[in-house]
Design a protein around this ligand. Sequence first.
Ligand SMILES: Nc1ncnc2c1ncn2[C@@H]1O[C@H](COP(=O)(O)OP(=O)(O)O)[C@@H](O)[C@H]1O
Ligand SMILES: [Mg+2]
Length: 354
Amino acid sequence: MKKTIVLIYGGKSAEHDISILTAQSVMNAIDKEKFDVHPLYIGADGEWFKGEQIKGQIDDTTLLRSSIPIHNMIQALREVDGKVVDIVFPLLHGPNGEDGTIQGLLDVANIPYVGNGVLSSSVGMDKLVAKQLFTQRGLKQLPYVGFLHSEWLEYEDSVLHSIDKKLHFPMFVKPANLGSSLGISKVESTEELIEGIRQAFKYDRKVVVEQGVTAREIEVGVIGNDELQTTEPGEVVKQVDFYDYEAKYQEGNASLQIPAHIDEEQKKVMRHMATQAFKAADCAGLVRADFFLTEDGSIYINEINTMPGFTKFSMFPLLWANMNLAYSELIETLINLGIERFEQRQSISFQKDS
Ligand SMILES: Nc1ncnc2c1ncn2[C@@H]1O[C@H](COP(=O)(O)OP(=O)(O)O)[C@@H](O)[C@H]1O
Ligand SMILES: [Mg+2]
């Protein structure tokens, strides 16, 4: 039987436009013999729009033109064209989508969805909480100092002192939440550090200052719920010093090397660390785990992405293609994992035994 699926994309986030590209890519690749595909677009201002069922190949203009504003969000997620929705696929990146908020709405409404739940989504979005959980799991990370805006305002000197004790230049200053490189800076001096911290606090109430390293950037894909599968690692071969917001979304700034040209042993360690990171954050469905590999061969986990870039040409789908799981099969696998996870949840009791 054909399944009814709602694809949510766009969203109130700096990654709104990349989400539209992802949605186009998924809408074109998804097997329409198996799925009735319905788009649900969230504008950059947060307004929701419902589109017509996707039947053939699409481009972004048809997508947006066919959409009509909707006011009953829960209803739009539950039922389309008189049919019960089997599963929702949130193709959203960044705040208001990758951070657990949409997932919470779907949980409350008891609607199955693809990918990570509330907890892992919000952990993945919060670099400081993620680091604390990775530490607890024994995963090697770069040294860091994290603090709140209120602590910075009140104890600037002692915060600077603890940074100075633990780290040396260059350092990376990051807003704890966001994930689009916005507000991130590489700093080389105390003046730059202070300025970087001030900038980062424009984007969040929590900031992480991290040891800067010269490193290759290697990524591993993970899928599964309880039983996990990992990909061979791939490398983001950098043409720039680091990926700030502009560099990240410009073509030609990076090329992907899949599989990465690294030692077999390093591959093994990263694949294992990727599953540990998945478990540390209690992930479901999928994760892309990102690593730094320094010149001396040290491997550090940098972060996990609970809704990684997902166009046909993004790292995560290409990592799976390299494992002989084609893009449309990957989409189907993730849908099935989402349904499996939903059914597991249904069997969990929320009440005291009578
Ligand atoms: N400690 C670090 N040392 C060297 N480069 C870093 C460091 N932290 C971040 N970077 C660079 O900045 C980029 C963005 O940082 P990241 O923590 O991955 O944030 P985002 O969530 O925006 O992807 C990384 O891909 C890397 O190029
Ligand atoms: Mg990153």
